[in-house]
Design a binder for this molecule. Sequence first.
Ligand code: M6R
Length: 608
Amino acid sequence: MCGIMGYVGPRDAAPIIIDGLKRLEYRGYDSAGVAVHDGTSLTVAKAEGKLGRLAAMLAEHPLVGSCGIGHTRWATHGAPNDRNAHPHTDPAGEIVVVHNGIIENFVALKENLAAGGADFSSETDTEVLAHLIAHEYQGDLLEAVRRAVGKAEGAYALVAMSRREPDRIVAVRMISPLVIGIGKGEMFLASDVPAILHHTRDIVVVENGEMVDITPDGWRIETLDGRPVDRAMLEITWSAEQAERGGYPHFMLKEIFEQPQAATDTLSGRLDEDGSLVLDKVDFPDGFGRDLDKIWITACGTALHAGHVGKVVFERLLRVPTEAAFAHELRYADPLIAPGSLTIAISQSGETADTLAAAGLAKNRGSRLLALTNVVGSTLSREADDILYTRAGPEIAVASTKAYLTMLIGEYLLALAIGRERRVIAAATDDELVRALRGIPVKIGEVLKTDQEVEAIAARFVGHDDVYFIGRGLDHAVAMEGSLKMKEISYIHSEAMPAGELKHGTLALVTAGTPVVVVLTQKEVYDKTVSAIQEVKARGALVIAVAYEDDTEIAKHADEVLRIPRVPDLLSPVLAIVPLQLLAYHVAVARGHDIDQPRNLAKSVTVE
Ligand code: M6R
């Protein structure tokens, strides 16, 4: 996820673009850049780091020109540095582009262009687009962009300018969002409404597969195959603050609702329709996966909960003993980590001090280190031998949601990749998982439609001081994450445990009305978990179950049921966590808490 901003009109473009990018920094902040047309030539300024650095540069050396585009980056291809920052140009400086999203076939496109003699100055997929458009340009930017995007595959938004056409900006939306802002004698383009709200409240939403052509006096939209689109203008009534959260009251809710897109991005270009897998930064030596005899997973908090799902998935699919360990314990435990093993360090930020220390220890002991992280260029990614980026986009709320869900997807992709090398996954299972993974973003969207039901159930938790989350196997792993979400934002004491453990002590705490959340998606242990429900029901507990939509049994046992679509049991955590995120959110809202910045907590724990 990155932020895009464009302006064409009578005013100086750069300050307007910088102001817009500031309001888009929630979409990415590892580098930023601006390109401006001064009527004769295109000039680009860009800088690694937060937007403030670029703004300071421009304050000293202003860019003059009234047509421009800008970008704030959240890296996906290429480390966050000056070179990889957008905008990108072709070598002659004729075309300049910014882009948000992923060009899936950029390696093939780049190789083609390189074979024709093209030189690249960055590692990004974006630069390839600048080359392609320049290559296709015959005097009309719109047509050149149309031909170029005809060759590109992926989910992205692209904005381009040509040196030979001052006062014109052309853009394309392929899934990633784009809006036009309509001013008086001036036009704006942005990834999101907050960037332009200070200038105009009249906007036009660009839909998927559409091209945009703007000049100071007008805008037009057409389809990729050239048919004009008649689109009505909308008047935005949100406050600037509301707009920054996309109209959601909190970043956490926005991020929960971004999960279908985040899952799509995690899978994008990695799992083809025919089932082939491309994990570009995972490059095991020959035979490594085949001979692997131990996997260590290390992380903290939510990331470790994703690791607990990974442990079950790896052991089931790969038949490799796997341990998921708290990083802060592992680093002092003198663990039996040996060469030939794989250590997967999971971290949204890639900067958690304990995780970095445990990962370093594993590497020193000869284990191969794989980083499963969301932040490109993070310390963890720099220290790892292999990297699988989750591509969740920036996560602002302290309570992690979309980062967790995309970590899970990353683990399934890894398991499939290693399983294929070991030849241990039956073809039918492999097929079933591939199909189910490809369909998972839509199913996450279906779970989100139950938000109002979850909200109604949340009302039943509000006055309680203690909540329990139970499940077995993978359901227990999900219960741990559901419980953490509940405690960190609702401040209700919450414990998760395997359903079979209750009767060994905790049952003493279950009394009339105690809420017990039961996750119940695993066929082999279904009846056993139902027995645990009966134990707590006999003590008067209020039982809320998370179960498949076609489970006709559960309503006989639970007081309330949160339904998820059917998927292979191994994948159920990706869906089962979503109602639990919503539940924690609505309980915390009803209790009047600070949702995005809960007390005593920080987004990234960079001290021991
Ligand atoms: O950045 P990391 O994934 O390494 O962070 C680890 C934990 O601090 C983090 O998951 C924490 O538990 C979450 N904020 C909980 O929602």
